[in-house]
Design a protein around this ligand. Structure first.
Ligand code: IMP
Ligand code: MG
Length: 188
């Protein structure tokens, strides 16, 4: 019996397609990333900044895989545009509570598509006096972003298809799926 069984009714939704990253694969890779971050930041207390809401699931799993005294904060940004595309114009909807001065900051993102959201966040946070600023992205959609070198940690590179699950949504749905799969429904 698969652990996906309780989600069978969702799996059978005609809006959902193939599984892109399965639950076990996600859990294994997140543990690897956590171990890597633990080694890289040994002796320090990194501040993890999650970008709401998509990064919520990744953040909670990643934080539990880092054996360091991490601190956690969240930011919410909204991009002007339709549901499945980013316009590149980003607005901060919820700002940070923790001061970045002198901190080792690690931005935790669900997915990098065009990279525009991330560029904006990097620019904004870089101006706030952090000691270091790196990015950990669970997913990177292949072929679209110009500045891949900005991504210190990447979970998976995925094909150019819209995906949901493990925090990622379509119109606020499917964030609770324990795996990542394609969304095949009507975009607008
Ligand atoms: P970018 O600015 O084009 O890199 O878009 C990044 C943001 O768009 C992510 O943080 C997500 O919130 C959203 N996004 C991009 N692709 C997907 C997807 O396939 N599924 C769900 N959300 C996505
Ligand atoms: Mg989103």
């Amino acid at each position: 019996m698969s652990s996906d069984a309780p989600f069978q009714h969702l799996i059978e939704s005609p809006e959902l397609g193939e599984v892109v990253v399965g639950e076990a694969e996600l859990q294994g890779r997140v543990r690897e990333l956590g171990a890597e971050i633990t080694r890289d930041y040994a002796g320090r207390a990194p501040l993890l900044i999650g970008v709401l809401k998509g990064a919520m699931t990744f953040m909670t799993d990643l934080a539990r895989s880092i054996a360091l005294p991490v601190e956690i904060d969240f930011m919410a940004v909204s991009s002007y545009g339709n549901a499945t595309r980013t316009s590149g114009v980003v607005r901060i909807v919820k700002d940070l509570d923790i001061d970045l001065t002198g901190r080792d900051v690690l931005i935790v993102e669900d997915i990098v598509d065009s990279g525009l959201t991330l560029s904006y966040l990097r620019r904004t946070l870089a101006a706030r006096g952090a000691k270091s600023l790196e990015v950990c992205a669970l997913l990177v959609r292949e072929g679209l972003q110009k500045t891949d070198d900005e991504l210190r940690y990447v979970g998976f590179r995925i094909p150019p298809k819209f995906v949901v699950g493990y925090g990622l949504d379509f119109a606020e749905r499917y964030r609770n799926l324990p795996y990542v799969c394609t969304f095949e429904g009507e975009a607008d």
